[in-house]
Design a binder for this molecule. Structure first.
Ligand SMILES: NC(=O)C1=CN([C@@H]2O[C@H](COP(=O)(O)OP(=O)(O)OC[C@H]3O[C@@H](n4cnc5c(N)ncnc54)[C@H](O)[C@@H]3O)[C@@H](O)[C@H]2O)C=CC1
Ligand SMILES: O=C(O)[C@H](O)CS(=O)(=O)O
Length: 477
């Protein structure tokens, strides 16, 4: 185990200082359930001190170019320490080491993109003089930071999704109070050290750890928090929105991602990509492929190819270079997934591959003969299970994909341009990925969903728009 975390107690990061608390929470190695380190548990006064410090920091200048320099330095430091972060990711998330390295590379990219966007924040000229009586006036808009942003992040992608919050927020001139997931907080705490080393001015980033619901309440009560940006479950997202009042709330929530395989698709390509993107991070990715709709006449051939690609995947210790699928975040979550699979079988589904659990490890599982009302289709599995159903024609499959409370991203394998463009218009999602699976994402693209998948867009350029206010300046000459 990497020595940097072994047995360490991490403090809260408030106004540039680490503060340890008497009460602590253990962070577990998700493969063997042993404690790897502990985190401090914030009390209300810590939260209020952090919010005040974040607000006060807004008075200290931090120019766009300085933000660019700090974020670029942070990206370089992250790449230099990539292996350390990857090892900790593998420990605290259970994410296979090869996949963890990929997350670090993406997170550094997210910081670079944020740095570049820091230099491109602008308003526009507004031709007020075209209004009768305004011939002698001129106007333009400017974008100003919203102020203090509370950023709350999920357990599954704890480096890149933290960077998707703090990168754009800092690039736009805000201060951030980060509350990482209590089950996978260590990388965020390591990132905090790194941001300070990169020259981030004191107070611009505050990091608090502890009981999510309790800290959430204290942040909601504090009216000096100007915005909430949340990535996590619809349950919590909806709660935050209901309590935030008139403050901005950006929500990146759940999904039960569908991917369509049409009869003219490249089946080898579809089966390979869907196998990979159904089981990354043990399926704990909100755009992970969960529902596959394959056209009837090619279904048998496709399912065999999907099985062939899936049975190659190695389940095991995330620190082992050969591992493709590590443990789920909790044994309880693996037990939930197991119960959903067993319930689907009782309702008529067939396990084409997998279905077995060993503690927190769950085999990559393919279900067939499913129907859309089974939990494994209707709800968000957030585990290594993909359900394959068939369809006859395009109207039917578009309706099936849209028959969901969620709408984050969907995939469509076809070479039929008319069908692809019709799907682009009619499938109710934030992103349609043609000739790849629903789980495609690069960090500068607009990313966010509709319906219960949330609102707003991430991707630094788009997040910055949400993390700034547009102000018009009119001059009467
Ligand atoms: N749309 C997206 O980009 C993503 C969505 N997700 C979603 O997140 C979920 C899995 O992540 P989890 O961490 O289990 O989600 P979660 O909603 O349980 O927790 C997310 C964060 O919210 C905090 N939290 C919990 N209760 C809270 C409350 N009452 N007030 C304020 N904060 C609270 C937690 O401590 C954690 O930091 C899945 O539903 C998944 O779909 C995960 C990753 C990306
Ligand atoms: O949806 C998630 O879990 C992540 O946003 C997907 S990604 O950013 O890791 O591609």
């Amino acid at each position: 185990m990497t020595t940097i975390v072994a047995g360490k107690q991490y403090g809260l990061f408030i106004n540039g200082k680490w503060e340890k608390t008497i009460e602590t929470m253990d962070v577990l190695n998700k493969y063997n359930q042993e404690s790897i380190a502990s985190i401090s548990v914030a009390e209300k006064d810590h939260i209020d001190k952090a919010v005040k410090g974040a607000k006060d920091a807004l008075n200290d200048s931090f120019s766009p170019y300085e933000r660019y320099e700090v974020l670029m330095k942070a990206a370089n430091l992250l790449l230099e320490r990539g292996e350390e972060f990857a090892q900790v990711l593998a420990l605290e998330v259970g994410k296979p080491i090869r996949e963890s390295r990929g997350e670090i590379e993406r997170a550094a990219q997210t910081l670079v993109i944020s740095a570049e966007e820091a230099k491109r924040i602008h308003g526009e000229g507004v031709p007020v003089e075209s209004a009768p009586g305004s011939e002698n006036r001129m106007a333009f808009t400017v974008r100003v930071p919203v102020g203090v942003i509370a950023a709350i992040t999920p357990f599954n992608v704890p480096v890149n999704l933290v960077c998707h919050k703090i990168g754009p927020a800092l690039a736009a001139g805000n201060s951030v109070i980060l509350k990482p997931a209590e089950v996978t907080p260590i990388c965020a705490l390591m990132l905090t050290d790194l941001m300070e080393e990169a020259g981030l001015p004191k107070g611009r980033l505050q990091v608090v750890t502890g009981e999510g619901a309790q800290i959430g309440e204290w942040l909601l009560e504090n009216k000096d928090v100007n915005m909430f940006t949340f990535t996590g479950s619809p349950r919590v997202g909806e709660y935050l929105r209901s309590k935030a009042g008139l403050r901005k709330v950006a929500l990146e929530l759940g999904n039960n991602s569908a991917t369509i395989v049409h009869n003219d698709a490249n089946l080898e390509q579809a089966a390979s990509l869907i196998a990979q993107k159904s089981f990354n991070n043990a399926g704990q990715v909100c755009i992970s492929v969960q529902r596959v709709y394959v056209q009837e006449e090619i279904a048998e051939q496709f399912i065999e190819l999907l099985k062939k690609n899936t049975e190659k995947l190695v389940v095991g210790d995330p620190l082992d270079e050969s591992t493709d699928i590590g443990p789920m975040i909790r044994i309880g979550e693996a037990e939930r997934v197991e119960s959903w699979v067993n319930e689907a079988v009782e309702q008529g589904a067939t396990i084409a591959l997998g279905g077995k659990r060993n503690e927190a490890l769950f085999e990559p599982t393919i279900l067939v003969n499913v129907n859309d009302d089974m939990k494994v289709c209707r709800q968000e599995v957030f585990g290594p299970v993909v359900s394959v159903a068939t369809y006859k024609e395009t109207n039917e499959v578009i309706a099936k994909v849209n028959d969901s409370d969620y709408g984050l991203q969907a995939g469509l394998f076809t070479n039929n341009l008319q069908f692809a463009m019709r799907a682009a218009r009619e499938i109710e999602v934030g992103g349609l990925i043609v000739n790849d699976a629903s789980a495609y994402r690069v960090d500068h693209m607009p990313y966010g969903g509709v319906k219960n998948s949330g609102n707003g867009k991430e991707g630094p350029k788009y997040a910055i728009e949400e993390m700034t206010e547009e102000r018009i300046i009119v001059i009467n000459l």
